[in-house]
Design a binder for this molecule. Structure first.
Ligand SMILES: [Mg+2]
Length: 150
């Protein structure tokens, strides 16, 4: 399956574990999801990316955000709280991608405005399959807000 959008999909990934970020990158490639993946390591850096602060001055507005919950400096909850109360960014769908399957994390994420909550499968084949399904759903089925880029 090749997922091809008229414009390349821009994904912002917030993930403090470089091994996990690499797996996401690998899974996107294996699943043949055509997307530009931008990786930052915590919520603060994610906000800097969105606000185009300093080294992020030339970054695109993400179409989707993949969000880890447990990160130093600013965690996924704090990041979501900030994004979902900001009129400029609250329309960007956030997919929580985490190892946690704790019920309160699921509930809290949806309460804060997450569009999806995916527990990272431990097995790589399953993980690629999960990323492929995310790709099929978000990049072919769902119409994303492709408003004016800021
Ligand atoms: Mg983490």
């Amino acid at each position: 399956m090749i997922v091809k959008a008229s414009n390349m999909i821009e994904i912002l990934l917030l993930e403090d574990e470089s091994a996990d970020a690499y797996l996401v990158k690998l899974a996107l490639r294996e699943a043949q999801v055509l997307a530009n993946l931008h990786h930052v390591v915590d919520g603060q850096e994610g906000l800097d990316f969105l606000h185009k602060t300093e080294k992020y001055a030339d970054t695109p507005r993400p179409d989707l955000i993949f969000l880890d919950l447990n990160m130093p400096r600013m965690n996924g909850y704090e990041f979501m709280t900030s994004i979902k109360t900001n009129p400029s960014f609250k329309d960007i769908p956030i997919i929580v991608l985490t190892t946690s399957d704790v019920e309160k994390d699921v509930v809290s994420s949806y309460e804060l405005g997450a569009a999806s909550y995916v527990t990272k499968p431990v097995d790589m084949t399953q993980f690629i399959s999960a990323i492929r399904q995310i790709g099929e759903y978000w990049f072919t089925l769902v119409r994303l807000p492709r408003g004016e880029k800021i």
